[in-house]
Design a protein around this ligand. Structure first.
Ligand SMILES: C[S@@+](CC[C@H](N)C(=O)[O-])C[C@H]1O[C@@H](n2cnc3c(N)ncnc32)[C@H](O)[C@@H]1O
Length: 300
């Protein structure tokens, strides 16, 4: 069920929906800064859409009538609340743990790089560098726009006359970017993540791709890691890129490339503003879906 309500009424409406048997609600807040908790004393403004999930067996028409009744009851307490009938859409019950696999199939990036799921057969051509991946519970299949933008940047950098030799992957997830860099010929790749599960998955994927000799996975914080990388990759959120700006730039060798991804297009300007303070040239900007990727070079 989807209902438009004033932001200030979210808690009250959610409570009423729970009383009617709702099993969970989601609210999409695209402007939310995930690293700064909202001020609890601040009264939110504007309208938001709330999605409420009810068991399939419920009588939808009767439920909508009862929801509207509750909204009518709340209307005097929530300025701007319009007690309209909610929009209802059936949601199929899927095997969520496995269902995503059907969207992950082999993808070719640039002239040589191919990323494919472990369970899919693939006939490689002579020059192909194939990355085999089972992301498990970690983020990173190559199908997500943010990962794809990074893979495109990596593929391009490894086709230049001076490909990166030392690579740092910050927020490695499944290890996809680090493994791609190692498979394309980087001598040393360091991959870090704050999630233990991601570190485990990335290590397993590194072994699976036989790049373990060139790739080290660590759960240590970025601030403690070595410096002097020819390429630093950071597919983390805009706010996290900004928060880590000085640590990311410090880890680049002179002339090194910095690829920042995980940035919603509406936050691109914020990231550019934050990185303008550093000795960098660029950025070269690329877009995919609602995402931006920024490629900088550290001044020599
Ligand atoms: C969007 S996923 C990217 C995964 C993979 N690199 C890719 O491109 O698909 C972001 C990852 O960054 C990790 N992460 C977030 N903040 C981090 C930080 N400050 N240091 C290291 N890892 C971080 C998360 O745990 C998550 O695994």
């Amino acid at each position: 069920m989807r209902i438009e309500i004033p932001a200030a009424g979210i808690d009250l409406v959610s409570h009423e929906l729970a009383e009617l048997g709702c099993e969970g609600v989601t609210v999409e807040e695209r402007t939310l800064d995930t690293f700064i908790p909202p001020d609890p004393d601040e009264i939110p403004t504007g309208n938001l859409h709330i999605k409420a999930y009810f068991p399939a067996g419920d009588d939808a028409a009767e439920l909508c009538r009862r929801v509207r009744e509750r909204l009518e009851w709340l209307a005097p307490l929530v300025p701007g609340l319009v007690p309209a009938l909610p929009e209802v859409t059936p949601v199929r019950n899927e095997d969520w743990a496995e269902g995503w696999k059907q969207h992950f199939s082999a993808v070719r990036i640039g002239p040589r790089l191919v990323v494919k799921p472990t369970w899919e057969p693939f006939t490689a051509e002579a020059r192909d560098v194939v990355v085999n991946l089972d992301p498990g519970m970690a983020f990173g299949t190559g199908t997500h726009g943010t990962t794809r933008l990074c893979l495109e940047a990596i593929a391009e950098l490894f086709e230049t006359a001076t490909p990166p030799r030392r690579v740092l992957d910050v927020g490695t997830g499944s290890g996809i970017l680090a493994i791609a860099a190692a498979a394309l010929g980087a001598e040393r790749v360091l991959a870090c993540d704050i999630e233990e599960q991601a570190c485990l998955t990335a290590s397993e994927n590194a072994l699976l791709n036989r790049v373990g000799d060139h790739l080290e996975v660590t759960g240590a914080p970025l601030s403690s890691l070595e410096r002097g990388f020819d390429l630093v990759l950071a597919n983390i959120l805009a706010e996290e890129n900004i928060r880590l700006a000085s640590e990311l730039v410090e880890r680049l060798a002179p002339g090194g490339a910095l690829v920042l991804s995980g940035i919603l297009q509406e936050k691109e300007a914020l990231v550019q503003e934050a990185f303008a303070a550093y000795p960098l040239t660029g950025p070269v900007v690329s877009h995919r879906e609602e995402w931006s990727c920024l490629l900088y070079r550290k001044e020599s």
